[in-house]
Write a protein that binds this ligand. Structure first.
Ligand SMILES: [Zn+2]
Length: 233
């Protein structure tokens, strides 16, 4: 079933090359519903940040797949927007822009517009000149639900990192500004910190991070479902 969903997602990406944006509405029988979209940051020519030969795009994808598994196992419909090492800009023929970066970001955002999920999480890795800087940071939109989602995920990752980081408003981030569903960017740790790097690149560390992200997302979904049932009572 998971394989099928991943497959449908790849098919959708291919279809989106041939269809105008309006051809891929959520009502389209080809487009499956999604509860959660996981955006695996960067890909292909865009490696993101790096440390030696360790590339952010590979860490993002590995943890995105594990988070996909964790959330799918709980019965949610999850879409992972890339399942391999490629740039999403290659799938975007609808945006008339010469900027590959802009096409890439627009494609990530458009998937959320078409799917209308309850939440979108975008996975990234941080970089700092200060090698002692470590831990996870979640960025949110200027929206109550996005803040709620960020708080839940941040609290979970703080437990893992034994940290006390606070989420903050990602004012200048395209995805946060353009996405219509509650969206957060999760900086899962610093590639420049030896401790974080060990966690971000080991199978066990990646499992731990994915588990906490999934737990935060589930807590958020639970709380929004409760809000809905409260207001109808
Ligand atoms: Zn990044």
């Amino acid at each position: 079933m998971k394989k099928i969903k991943l497959f449908i997602c790849s098919v959708l990406m291919v279809i989106s090359v041939f269809l105008p944006v309006s051809g891929l509405q959520a009502a389209d029988p080809v487009a499956p519903d999604a509860d959660i979209i996981i955006d695996a940051g960067h890909g292909g020519i865009d490696g993101g940040t790096s440390y030696g030969n360790i590339l952010e795009k590979d860490i993002n994808l590995a943890i995105a797949k594990k988070t996909f598994e964790a959330l799918s196992n709980k019965g949610y419909d999850v879409i992972l927007n890339r399942t391999g090492d490629y740039a999403l800009s290659d799938h975007n023929s609808w945006l008339k822009s010469k900027s590959r970066h802009r096409k890439d970001l627009a494609q990530r955002k458009q998937l959320a517009v078409d799917m209308k999920p309850q939440a979108m999480i975008s996975l990234h890795v941080n970089w700092s000149k200060n090698k002692n800087r470590h831990g996870a940071i979640v960025l949110h939109q200027a929206d109550e639900r996005s803040i709620e989602l960020a708080n839940k995920v941040q609290a979970r990752l703080n437990l893992l990192y034994r940290d006390n980081e606070k989420p903050f408003l990602g004012k200048t981030y395209y995805l946060l500004n353009r996405s219509k569903c509650p969206t957060v960017i999760i900086e899962m740790g610093f590639i420049t910190s030896a401790e974080d790097r060990a966690r971000l690149t080991s199978n066990q560390g990646q499992n731990e991070i994915a588990k906490e992200i999934a737990a935060g997302v589930l807590e958020y979904l639970d709380s929004t479902t409760k809000d809905k049932s409260d207001s109808t009572n």
